[in-house]
Design a protein around this ligand. Sequence first.
Ligand SMILES: [Zn+2]
Ligand SMILES: [Zn+2]
Ligand SMILES: [Zn+2]
Length: 55
Amino acid sequence: MSDSDKVKCACPDCVCRVNPNEAIQRDGRPYCGEACANGHSEGNGCGHKNCGCHG
Ligand SMILES: [Zn+2]
Ligand SMILES: [Zn+2]
Ligand SMILES: [Zn+2]
């Protein structure tokens, strides 16, 4: 699996890239984790290194 096979998390502020097969699908878009998929409704970041997204 090369990096080009990954897709960017659909969260606008998120810099994470995820394997489409492992991404969390929400409304047909891939997210790197529950926090992003939920639109950071609880104000938590995705928790991945070097990523400061909070929605
Ligand atoms: Zn992220
Ligand atoms: Zn994300
Ligand atoms: Zn995010």
